[in-house]
Each structure stands twice: as structure tokens, then as C-alpha cells.
Design a protein around this ligand. Structure first.
Ligand code: ATP
Length: 214
């Protein structure tokens, strides 16, 4: 096995964030979504939480990921700049690849969304999502990034994950907010929570995961 594949296999064994229990909490989000590949959704949520926690160069950053139905997402979006991931082979663009994850953290400072395929390949970055669904269900007060995430999850089969500049991570499926991840417990105040009851709330170390009940 090549070094790259070994590192990828290692990461698939469990989450770096909060270990096995963190993985179990992310399973609940998978179970709530209308479809889910844990091998892709878990490392994407984990990366979103890392971005929310770490920011870049001392400031918080926000970004957006779509997971699944990539061709359809591409058809409902357009590039904001020349795609920095274009031309690189799929083998180096898997969401579990450590080098790719570092690249995504850098690119997350730019506007737009990352598009991830069902197989976990980050096929495009810096995409403006054009989908505008009128019947999305998003709480008042959330802005255009969240609206774009809700809309693309309604118009396509993709699950959309927002890293808000407020450091909250929000997951949209079929046009609705289905989960919120609070990466640091001091952010856990009712003020920050946008998910409407009923939802489950579970904690592991500094992480809280709230999942809407069906
Ligand atoms: N349709 C879209 N597709 C991709 N990215 C978008 C889209 N709309 C907005 N964004 C990104 O979201 C950024 C923040 O926009 P805005 O503040 O309105 O969103 P928000 O939902 O309040 O997010 P945050 O909680 O991070 O502030 C924009 O600068 C842009 O980079």
C-alpha cells in the first residue's frame, strides 16, 4: 500500500476529532439524512469542524461543502475564479487525504463552495451556487451562504454543510436544517442554536451535536 493510501486508510478507521464517540455522533446526522455515505460525510464534517475551530491567520472563516450528486451541483453552480482543483487527478483529491485537507483549509478563505462527489473526491472549489429554491425551510437570521446551502440540498440530492463565520457548523438536507455542530462548548447558548425543536443534543468533550428529530 502506498504511503498516501495508508494515511487515508488510517483516517477512515476513526475520526481525529473526539475519537470514536465523535464518530457515533456524526452517525446520527448520517441516519437523519435522506442518503449518506459515512466514509465521505464523516471526514467532511470533521474538516468543517476543524475549519470552524482553527480559522485562518487568527480570524474566523466561513465556507460551504456539498456532498454527493456532484454533476447536478456543478450544473447548478458556476466558478467564481479559475478552479484551483482543476486538472489534478482524483487520487490526490479525496476528502480523507491529508494534503488535500490542508489545501481545502487554505482555499476556504476564498468565496464559494467545495463540491464533493459521492466517492469523496473534491471535484471543484470556489463555486457560486445558483440554485434558488423558494420552499426551503431555514430559520430567520441566517444569511446567503445558508440559503445557498438549503437551496442546493433541495434542488439536488446533495447534503450541504456550512461553516458559519460564527463558528457554527450546519447541515442541510432536502432544503431543511437537519443538524448543528457546536465546535466549542462556550458557543453553546440558546442564542446560537437555530435548529427548531424537537432535536437530540449530545456532547463529547468540547463538541456538541444537535440533530433534528424526524
Ligand atoms: N450562492 C452562494 N454560493 C456560494 N457561496 C456563497 C453564496 N452566497 C453567499 N456565499 C458566501 O457566503 C459568504 C457570506 O455571506 P453571508 O454573510 O450573507 O452568509 P451567512 O449565511 O450569513 O454566513 P455566515 O454565517 O458565515 O456569515 C459570502 O461572502 C460568500 O462567500
Amino acid at each position: 500500500m502506498s504511503d498516501r493510501l495508508e494515511r487515508r486508510a488510517f483516517r477512515r478507521d476513526g475520526l481525529a476529532i473526539e475519537g470514536e464517540k465523535g464518530g457515533m455522533l456524526f452517525d446520527r446526522i448520517c441516519d437523519r439524512a435522506h442518503w449518506c455515505s459515512k466514509e465521505v460525510l464523516h471526514p467532511t464534517i470533521e474538516l468543517a469542524v476543524e475549519i470552524a475551530r482553527e480559522g485562518r491567520e487568527g480570524r474566523r472563516i466561513g465556507t460551504l461543502f456539498t456532498v454527493g450528486d456532484a454533476d447536478n451541483v456543478l450544473a447548478h453552480s458556476r466558478p467564481l475564479i479559475l478552479d484551483p482543483l482543476a486538472g489534478h487527478p482524483d487520487e490526490v483529491k479525496h476528502i480523507t487525504d491529508p494534503d488535500l485537507r490542508g489545501t481545502v483549509k487554505e482555499l476556504a478563505q476564498l468565496d464559494g463552495a467545495f463540491v464533493i462527489s459521492d466517492a469523496g473526491v473534491v471535484v471543484s472549489a470556489c463555486r457560486y451556487l445558483d440554485a434558488k429554491a423558494s420552499d426551503v425551510d431555514i430559520p430567520l437570521g441566517l444569511g446567503s451562504r445558508h440559503f445557498a446551502a438549503a437551496s442546493i440540498s433541495k434542488v439536488t440530492q446533495a447534503i450541504a454543510i456550512v461553516v458559519s463565520e460564527s463558528a457554527m457548523v450546519r447541515v442541510f438536507d432536502c432544503g431543511s436544517l437537519i443538524a448543528e455542530i457546536i465546535p466549542e462548548l462556550w458557543l453553546l447558548s440558546r442564542y446560537n442554536i437555530q435548529l427548531r425543536a424537537p432535536f437530540t443534543e449530545e456532547h463529547v468533550s468540547d463538541l456538541a451535536v444537535l440533530v433534528k428529530e424526524p
